[in-house]
Design a protein around this ligand. Structure first.
Ligand SMILES: [Zn+2]
Length: 194
């Protein structure tokens, strides 16, 4: 059972990490003060802490299918509001990645009761890229188009985030910065899109 792997992995974590630095973990048990809110994709290959060499307590994380900043997502509204008003994060990053299944599903126009409407908030990224690109003819051009849509989706979701009143206010008052990042699974490189 996979759940046993999780419990076994936790035993290893306690032995090799937690118990070797008890003071730090006891400190973390008293509270958190992360500087960054990370809005990323749920993809199992794009773990925020691992790909940025960050430690527990440094990044407040929310992830969904396609790193989408929706105009009707109560969960994200609450995460953003909590991060800005109570955790006092200094920066928010929206993070996309290569080989994104959400972008593939949107591009293939898959029809599912929840996934399809959820992805509506990313469709504009595809429209923008297809308006400026010739139709791909080779596998390399197909890949380039996918990368461009994934990056455009990061820009688009940052635009959506800017419409959140709590974000707008915090930016106007100089309390937070907002950025878009892109993680390339083939190179392991995280780069700034916006
Ligand atoms: Zn993804």
């Amino acid at each position: 059972m996979l759940v046993e792997q999780l419990l076994q992995g936790n035993e290893e974590f306690r032995k090799n990490v937690f118990n070797k630095d008890p003071e730090r973990y006891q400190g973390l048990a008293q509270g958190q003060s992360p500087g960054i809110l990370w809005i990323g994709c749920s993809d199992s290959r794009a773990d925020p802490e691992r790909i940025t060499s960050s430690s527990p307590g440094e990044i407040f994380v929310t992830r969904n299918v396609g790193n989408i900043v929706s105009s009707h997502d109560w969960s994200l509204f609450a995460v953003v509001e909590y991060s800005i008003n109570y955790l006092k994060v200094e920066e928010i990053v929206v993070v996309g990645h290569s080989d994104c299944g959400a972008i593939k599903a949107m591009d293939a126009d898959l029809q599912d009761p929840y996934l399809t409407p959820w992805l509506n908030d990313a469709r504009e990224a595809k429209t923008r890229v297809d308006a400026r690109m010739l139709t791909p003819e080779t596998p390399e051009e197909e890949k380039e188009r996918s990368h461009q849509i994934e990056r455009e989706n990061v820009r688009l979701q940052v635009e959506h985030l800017m419409t959140y009143p709590s974000v707008r206010l915090a930016i106007d008052e100089g309390r937070i910065g907002v950025h878009g990042l892109y993680y390339d699974l083939e190179t392991g490189s995280l780069s700034q899109v916006i």
